[in-house]
Design a protein around this ligand. Sequence first.
Ligand code: HQG
Length: 197
Amino acid sequence: MRPRQATRLSKYLSLHLRHAPDQIGITLDAQGWTSVETLIAQAAAHGFPFTREELARVVADSDKRRFTLDGDRIRANQGHTVPVDLGLEFLAPPERLYHGTVDRFLPAIRTEGLRPMKRHAVHLSADPETATRVGARRGEPVVLTVRAGVLHRAGHRFQRSANGVWLTDSVPPEALEPLEPGPAPTAGGAAGDRSGS
Ligand code: HQG
């Protein structure tokens, strides 16, 4: 399978295992699993044929381990918008976690904190490099540092998905560390005025 086809299949799986199972007539169980046999048959019936071997290859090669294949079952490891309970344990996060985003969301994030938006949970990365890649999907990345340890001790609950993404309901603005000063403060002497960042 050529890389471009593998990417298409990966995106197809993300779409139907996270967001739109109905569109191809498959159902996810409460934990997000669906039958591989049915998936393959329904995808073919909807004009997207692929083999079990191609599926296994894409799951094994996924850079982000997006899917788990378990016998005749498959599920997405995170990122759902349809309701599923992934059965992940709650556990204590590291003291700091990271969130990759872009400049244009910062005013809202500074006011409301991080919200799950369309997903079930806010996605946080274990290291700034990963967060940089997440932010870069949308433009010039900005990496926010989250005081996860403080939040956890204050009662916020954290889970870690099978591919190492940390999930939590929300992050209030005060749990975000101030950003490093930008490279070039604009005219008007705004330098030092980073309140709320
Ligand atoms: C932003 C990818 C305004 C948030 C990645 C983000 C990740 C706010 C966007 C996974 C906000 C939501 C998740 C607020 C958050 N106001 N904007 N209050 N709070 N945002 O895609 O974290 O390729 O739902 O900063 O690797 O970008 O799908 O979340 O920019 O692990 O496997 O709202 O998706 O993995 O975007 O990415 P998303 P995300 P996959």
